[in-house]
Design a protein around this ligand. Structure first.
Ligand code: GDP
Ligand code: MG
Length: 440
């Protein structure tokens, strides 16, 4: 993958003081080759490389990073930008039931994805409805009915003698009568792009005005997937793409090109045949995977965060003065998310590592932590030692948690206090990060 290619170049860059024009060009040559090999559209590659070059030769010099790290960082950021920066959520606005139309070639995974999406939405508290509108393949209706049963979602009893437009219309009325809030319409695909398929998709779209028209495309087909997306977008108009079989395609070429060529966001990825194997698409995760440098990137980011985290320093200052109370913890909850990501930096240090890893730092946990602290009195926050069993019960009740969770929070707080104190001095974090950066 890309990272292996870049490694060689970066090896040579190591030890140099600055990114020269030569270095950049050498690095970019590898980036270009690697992207082409990953089956990324050549035009996309060209634009991409141009953007990276412009930035790399620009003034963005960070003293904390080596030249190689800087180039990796820029490539990574541009990958994310090309992939669309942030996840694109489903648009479920408008009157109920909200129609979602799935289109795509035969075999791309439409029917499977319809069921996966229904399951995904059901788990989110929605009341989805599945609509089989593929009347050309005799088994298609039964296939979706079977899958619907497996995901516990009701399915429209399609009359195979109706045409797809009638089916969609009747099914929506039925969904409404049943009080369903989302209707996922599975359509027919052909083996290749053809007019009849496009016309039909457009006709259904015209009739039901879907909130989302999602192309289901097979990531394994690489460049084909891009051309398919382009055609569908031009002829039918898409609101997004679901890439399937991503687990088999480590190259990421289709994802990179589709977004850039069509401007349509990738909303989900299918990562297996199981009905749970549908994930919200996170551009940064794929970018890291394409680069294959997750660890290095994480370190770079963490180190940088450590460098400019003024708040972290204030926090440390408090720790140093032994003033860090639960009240501070609450104020710092937002900040703690960044500290949470610094977890990994800490975890690389012998001795501190293990305990830090055991600490709860995920988002939900933080929300719970905040709720628990909110349910304490000011006195309790300033002096947690007074929190006895009956106070714990009260706090748990007030925050909708359990006594165990209150205990866990108090224990974590205590650990945190002790551990962070070990990174002695206000410059402790910086030193830590510097040492880590020197390690590679
Ligand atoms: P359709 O013709 O577009 O409706 O495609 P189907 O839903 O019938 O799927 C075709 C094949 O692709 C089936 O064997 C699915 O199990 C498989 N499939 C669908 N999505 C994925 C995925 O994300 N990963 C893998 N490995 N297989 C998938
Ligand atoms: Mg199908």
């Amino acid at each position: 993958n890309l990272s292996e290619r870049l490694e060689g170049v970066f090896q040579r860059l190591r030890g140099k003081g600055k990114l020269t024009k030569d270095d950049v060009e050498r690095g970019l040559r590898e980036v270009r080759l690697a992207l082409l090999e990953a089956d990324v559209n050549y035009r996309v590659v060209k634009n991409f490389v141009d953007r990276v070059r412009e930035r790399a030769l620009g003034a963005e010099v960070l003293e904390s990073l080596t030249p190689a790290q800087q180039l990796i960082k820029i490539v990574h950021e541009e990958l994310i930008r090309t992939l669309g920066e942030t996840p694109a959520p489903l648009d479920l606005g408008g009157s109920r039931p909200v129609p979602i139309l799935l289109v795509g070639l035969q075999g791309s995974g439409k029917t499977t994805t319809a069921a996966k999406l229904a399951l995904f939405l059901r788990k989110k508290g929605h009341r989805p409805y599945l609509v089989p509108a593929d009347v050309y393949r005799p088994a298609a209706i039964d296939q979706l009915k079977t899958l619907a049963e497996r995901v516990g979602v009701p399915v429209y009893d399609t009359d195979p003698t109706d045409n797809p437009v009638e089916i969609a219309k009747k099914a929506l009325a039925e969904a409404k009568a049943l009080g369903r809030d989302v209707a996922i319409i599975d359509t027919a695909g052909r083996l290749h792009i053809d007019e009849a398929m496009m016309t039909e998709a457009a006709a259904i779209k015209e009739t039901v005005s879907p909130r989302e028209v999602l192309l289901v495309a097979d990531a394994m087909t690489g460049q084909d997937a891009v051309n398919i997306a382009k055609s569908f977008h031009e002829k039918v108009g898409l609101t997004g793409v679901i890439l399937t079989k991503v687990e088999g395609d480590a190259r990421g070429g289709a994802a990179l090109s589709i977004r850039e060529v069509t401007g349509c966001p990738i909303k989900f990825i299918g990562t297996g045949e199981k009905l749970e194997a549908l994930e919200v698409f996170y551009p940064d995760r794929l970018a890291s995977r394409i680069l294959g440098m997750g660890d290095v990137l994480t370190l770079i980011e963490k180190a940088q965060e450590a460098f400019d985290l003024k708040k972290a320093r204030e926090l440390q200052e408090k720790l140093r003065r032994r003033e860090f109370t639960l009240e501070d913890l609450r104020e710092q909850i937002k900040q703690m998310r960044k500290l949470g990501s610094m977890q990994e930096v800490f975890s690389l240090l012998p001795g501190i590592g293990k305990k830090i890893k055991e600490m709860p730092f995920d988002e939900k946990e933080l929300v719970r932590m905040e709720a628990i602290i909110n349910s304490m009195t000011r006195q309790e926050r300033l002096n947690p030692r007074i929190i006895n069993a009956s106070r714990k019960r009260r706090i748990a009740r007030g925050s909708g948690t359990t006594v165990q969770e209150v205990n866990k929070l108090l224990k974590s707080y205590e650990e945190m206090r002790k551990l962070l104190k070990k990174a002695r001095g206000p410059r402790g974090l910086e030193r830590l990060a510097r040492r880590l950066l020197q390690a590679f």
